[in-house]
Design a protein around this ligand. Structure first.
Ligand code: HEC
Ligand code: HEC
Length: 307
């Protein structure tokens, strides 16, 4: 009995411990690919292999935040890449298919990066998967039946979406006004009053002088009224994650996602079929706008904005 209790105690401790990010890169060609993947995630919109596939001014690390080691995706909050590779292949409700890690990575290009989906098995696609897999060293395989998400955050991410969905359904113009105040007090110093970003701080909405959209489009997870507050509450203000109350996170996300951003039509983000090869999805038509994202929660955008 004693032995059994000890065994249970030890396995609980082992389970609670998050494996550390490996200290050394793999050797040879594999190490080169891991480093290439890391570089792409830091410089996605300027890197020679991916810049033509990115439509906005973001990088992967804009949402998959660096931890203390400065590497993209090493924080343990929502957006982490640690443990992510261990969840794949994973079922995705959005595509209605089982997705590989490369599929999942490449999908963020169409939505969060407002760009084009890279081709599976091209150097950039393999390199990014190699980097994420390296960060998942030491995590036991635990394929996800419900959503393509890291084992570290999957349950919390789902629970928080549900919680914030319920809060957002009750939103009125007052919540929009409260969100604007929070934005001006706690976000605008870095992201700008106009949401266009400042210096190295990334844009949240809007267009540049030439009409180029600056941030994620209306097909992105971040544009959804239940997902944005779940991400923002854990990660923002930068360096002060976990300081916004549920209502504050909901209100500031409502304000940010009510601002102008690119509409999404899936077809515009797929390369021509002969170039792209097989697209692993049963869904080939999908459209969203800022208005429709609000309607999904029973909200009228114009009323919320007080127009
Ligand atoms: C604007 C924010 C944003 C940017 C930029 C972004 N992502 Fe994501 N990404 C998300 C969110 C939010 C999720 C959670 C998915 C969901 O349910 O919508 C996600 C999920 C993922 C996942 C699934 C794994 C997990 O544990 O959630 C991978 C892999 C991923 N992104 C890769 C990338 C890569 C590679 C890039 C750069 C090409 C990128 N993302 C850029 C916001 C972003
Ligand atoms: C101290 C500066 C700072 C403050 C204050 C701040 N952010 Fe950020 N934010 C960042 C940085 C830096 C990143 C991207 C991380 C990176 O590139 O390493 C980011 C990324 C983001 C992103 C995802 C990327 C994008 O551009 O869409 C969102 C959404 C966001 N912040 C929202 C907020 C909100 C809402 C607040 C206020 C509650 C806030 N931020 C406050 C610095 C800040």
């Amino acid at each position: 009995m004693k032995k059994l209790l000890l065994l249970i105690a030890f396995s609980l401790i082992a389970f609670a411990q998050t494996p550390e990010v490996p200290k050394e890169y793999p050797k040879g060609e594999l190490g080169r690919m891991v480093k290439l993947g890391e570089a792409i995630m830091n410089e996605t919109n300027t890197h020679p292999l991916t810049k033509d596939l990115v439509g906005n001014s973001l990088q992967c690390k804009s949402c998959h935040l660096p931890g203390n080691d400065g590497k993209p995706g090493t924080i343990t909050t929502v957006g982490t890449f640690r443990g992510t590779a261990a969840s794949f292949p994973a079922f995705s409700k959005r595509e209605k298919t089982v997705q590989t890690l490369q599929d999942r990575i490449n999908n963020c290009y169409m939505r969060s990066m407002d760009g084009k989906r890279p081709i599976i098995d091209t150097e950039a696609s393999v390199a990014m998967a190699a980097y994420i897999t390296w960060l998942s060293t030491g995590f036991p395989i635990q394929m996800e039946e419900h959503r393509p998400c890291s084992v570290l955050t999957s349950k919390r991410w789902a629970a928080n979406q549900k919680k914030f969905g319920a809060i957002q359904k009750k939103a009125t113009h007052k919540n929009y006004v409260a969100g604007k105040k929070i934005f001006e007090a706690k976000c605008a110093s870095c992201h700008g009053m106009n949401g266009k970003g400042t210096g190295n701080f990334p844009p949240l909405w809007g267009q540049d002088k030439n009409g180029k959209w600056l941030s994620y489009n209306t097909g992105a997870g971040m544009s959804k009224l239940n997902k944005a507050p779940a991400w923002i509450q854990e990660n923002m203000p930068f360096g002060q994650g976990g300081t916004l109350s549920d209502q504050e996170a909901a209100d500031v996300a409502l304000y940010v996602d009510a601002q102008p951003r690119a509409s999404f039509s899936l077809k515009d983000h797929l390369l021509p079929k002969e170039e792209m090869g097989h697209y692993n999805s049963k869904v080939h038509e999908e459209k969203h706008s800022v208005e429709s994202n609000f309607k999904d929660f029973g909200l009228d955008l114009a009323k919320i904005k007080g127009e």
